[in-house]
Design a protein around this ligand. Structure first.
Ligand code: ABU
Length: 513
C-alpha cells in the first residue's frame, strides 16, 4: 500500500531554516516566503485528501499509545523550530491520523470528508473570527440567521418565527433545550436560583437516548435519579404508555415533571421515538417536548424517509439537529432550534458591558453571542452554508436517500449470507446492527448462548480490523444483548462495492475466530 512520505515536503533552501518570526505578520518583506510555507502545508493537506479517497490506502496506521509516543515527537521545545520542521510535523500528524473520510470507515456517526464543507472550514480558519458580535463577524452572523431560519422552516411551517443557535455539539444543544424549558416554567430561576422551585424537578428520556440528556440532570442540579429512563420496545423506541405511567407516578409523589426528550435516531440502534404519541402526553401534562434529532435530523430533508420517522416533529418546543452527522458537514456543526423566539436570550443573557453594549452603531439584535452560556463561539456556519449552496435542498435530499439506499443494500447482502451474518433488526436509519459468525459457529443454532459467544468475538475482530488498517466498524453491548457490530453509512464516499468489501473483509479477518 502506498503511504505519504513526510520527507517529500521540502521547502526551498532560502525558506527551510526560517522560523515563525521570519514570516508574516512579523516580516512584511517575507510575504512570498509565507505563501511558500502555506502552499507546502496545503500540499500536505491535499495528499491527505487524496489518500483518504484512495481505497488502496489504509484507514489507519495503528500504534499503541506508548509506541506512538516513541514514533512521534510531541515535545514542546525551548527554542522555536524551523518552518521545515513544522511542515514535517504536519505531515507526520496526518500520517498517523485515522482517515475518517475513507470509504471503508464505518465507525462513527460522523464519517466522510465533504470537500466543499472542508473548503469552508479552511476559509473559516483563515477569517479566524468569533461569533459573538455582528461587529466582528457581519457576514457569518447573517449567514447563521439565514441557514437557521431555513432549518426551522424545514422542521415545520410554524417554526419560522422561532430562534436557533449553533452550539458546540449535540450534548450542549440538548443542554440549551433543558435550560430554556426550565426558564419557561420558572422564569425567576435565573435570578433567584434553586429556591424558586418548590419541589423536585423531573425529566424523562428513553433508556436508549444519548447520555447527554442524563448529564443535563446532573449538571443542572436535578441529580441523575431524577432523569427517568423510559423503557423502550425491542426496536429501541420509547414506549409512550411507560412515559405516561412514570409521569403519573412522579406527580403522585409531588414531583414536578417538566421535560421530555424524544430521540429521533438513537445512537446505537438508530431508532425513532413516536413523536406524535409523546407530544400528546406532553400536551396533556403540560411538559416541554424536546426532540433530540442530532443523528436522525438529516432525514427531515428527504420526502421519502422523513415520514413516519419524524412525523410530528413540528409539535416539539425544541429540536437538536447536527449537520455534522448525516448531512456530512465537517465537525463540528450542531444546531438547536426553538419554536418560541426570545427564550434563548432571556434565559442566557448576561449583558456583558464590554461586549454587548446597547448603544452600538447597528441593530444589536444581531449580537447573538449573548444568547449562549459560553462567551467565545467558533464559526461553524460558513462550512454548512457553503455546502448547502453547493448541494441545494435537492442535493441534500439525494444524499439522504442515497445513504438510506446503501443501508438497504447492506441489509440485503447480510440476509443473503445468513451463515456468516446475523442481522439483529431491520434498521430505521443507517445503523445496521449485526453479529459476524465465524466458521466454527455457523452450524450452531442461534440462541442466547451463541449470542454471548459472538459478543466475545467483536473486540477481537475489531482489533484485527485496526491492526490490518483496512476497515473500521464499531461495536458495543446494549441492555438486551452482548457486544454486536453497529455499522454506520453516513459518508458520501461509500458505494455498494465498499459494502461488499466490508462484509468480505470481516469474513477474511474473522473466519477463524
Ligand atoms: N454524539 C454521538 C456520537 C457517537 C458516535 O459517533 O458513535
Amino acid at each position: 500500500m502506498a503511504s505519504s512520505n513526510s520527507s517529500n515536503y521540502k521547502l526551498n533552501a532560502a525558506i527551510e531554516k526560517l522560523s515563525c518570526t521570519d514570516i508574516l505578520p512579523y516580516k512584511l518583506e517575507n510575504t512570498e516566503a509565507t505563501c511558500e510555507f502555506l502552499k507546502k502545508v496545503v500540499e500536505v493537506l491535499l495528499d491527505f485528501v487524496r489518500s483518504t479517497n484512495n481505497r488502496n490506502e489504509k484507514i489507519l496506521d495503528f500504534h499503541h499509545p506508548e509506541e506512538m509516543q516513541k514514533l512521534f515527537d510531541f515535545s514542546i521545545p525551548d527554542q522555536g523550530l524551523s518552518l521545515q520542521q513544522l511542515i514535517h510535523d504536519c505531515a507526520t500528524t496526518l500520517k498517523y491520523q485515522v482517515k475518517t473520510g475513507h470509504p471503508r470507515f464505518f465507525n462513527q456517526l460522523s464519517c466522510g470528508l465533504d470537500i466543499i464543507s472542508m473548503a469552508g472550514e479552511w476559509l473559516t480558519a483563515t477569517a479566524n473570527t468569533n461569533m459573538f458580535t455582528y461587529e466582528i463577524a457581519p457576514v457569518f452572523i447573517l449567514m447563521e440567521n439565514v441557514v437557521m431560519t431555513h432549518m426551522r422552516e424545514i422542521i415545520g411551517p410554524n417554526w419560522k418565527k422561532g430562534d436557533s443557535i449553533l452550539a458546540p455539539g449535540g450534548s450542549i444543544s440538548n443542554l440549551y433545550a433543558f435550560l430554556a424549558a426550565r426558564h419557561k416554567m420558572f422564569p425567576n430561576y435565573k435570578e433567584k436560583g434553586i429556591a424558586t422551585i418548590q419541589g423536585q424537578l423531573v425529566m424523562f428520556t428513553s433508556d436508549q437516548s444519548h447520555y447527554s440528556v442524563k448529564s443535563c440532570a446532573s449538571v443542572c442540579g436535578l441529580g441523575t435519579d431524577n432523569c427517568l429512563m423510559v423503557p423502550s420496545d425491542i426496536y429501541g423506541r420509547m414506549i409512550p404508555s411507560e412515559l405516561e405511567r412514570l409521569i403519573i407516578e412522579r406527580r403522585n409523589r409531588g414531583h414536578i415533571p417538566f421535560f421530555v426528550c424524544c430521540t429521533s435516531g438513537t445512537t446505537v440502534l438508530g431508532a425513532f421515538d413516536p413523536i406524535n404519541e409523546i407530544a400528546d402526553i406532553c400536551h396533556k401534562y403540560g411538559l416541554w417536548l424536546h426532540v433530540d434529532a442530532a443523528w436522525g435530523g438529516g432525514l427531515l430533508l428527504s420526502k421519502k424517509y422523513r415520514h413516519p420517522r419524524l412525523t410530528g416533529v413540528e409539535r416539539a418546543d425544541s429540536v437538536t439537529w447536527n449537520p455534522h452527522k448525516l448531512m456530512g458537514a465537517l465537525l463540528q456543526c450542531s444546531t438547536i432550534h426553538f419554536k418560541e423566539d426570545g427564550l434563548l436570550m432571556s434565559c442566557n443573557q448576561m449583558s456583558a458591558d464590554y461586549l454587548f453594549m446597547q448603544d452600538k452603531l447597528y441593530d444589536i439584535r444581531y449580537d447573538t453571542g449573548d444568547k449562549v452560556i459560553q462567551c467565545g463561539r467558533h464559526n461553524d456556519i460558513f462550512k454548512l452554508w457553503l455546502q448547502w449552496r453547493a448541494k441545494g435542498d435537492e442535493g441534500f435530499e439525494k444524499h439522504m436517500d442515497r445513504l438510506m439506499e446503501l443501508t438497504e443494500y447492506m441489509v440485503k447482502k447480510i440476509k443473503e449470507q445468513p451463515d456468516k451474518f446475523h442481522l439483529i433488526m431491520e434498521p430505521e436509519l443507517v445503523n445496521v446492527s449485526f453479529w459476524y459468525i465465524p466458521t466454527r459457529l455457523r452450524k450452531v443454532a442461534h440462541s442466547p448462548a451463541r449470542e454471548q459467544e459472538l459478543g466475545k468475538l467483536c473486540p477481537v475482530l475489531k482489533a484485527r480490523m485496526m491492526q490490518s488498517g483496512t476497515l473500521m466498524v464499531g461495536y458495543q453491548p446494549d441492555d438486551r444483548r452482548p457486544n454486536f457490530f453497529r455499522n454506520i453509512i453516513s459518508s458520501a464516499a461509500v458505494t455498494e462495492q465498499d459494502v461488499d468489501f466490508l462484509l468480505s473483509e470481516m469474513d477474511r479477518l474473522g473466519h477463524d475466530l
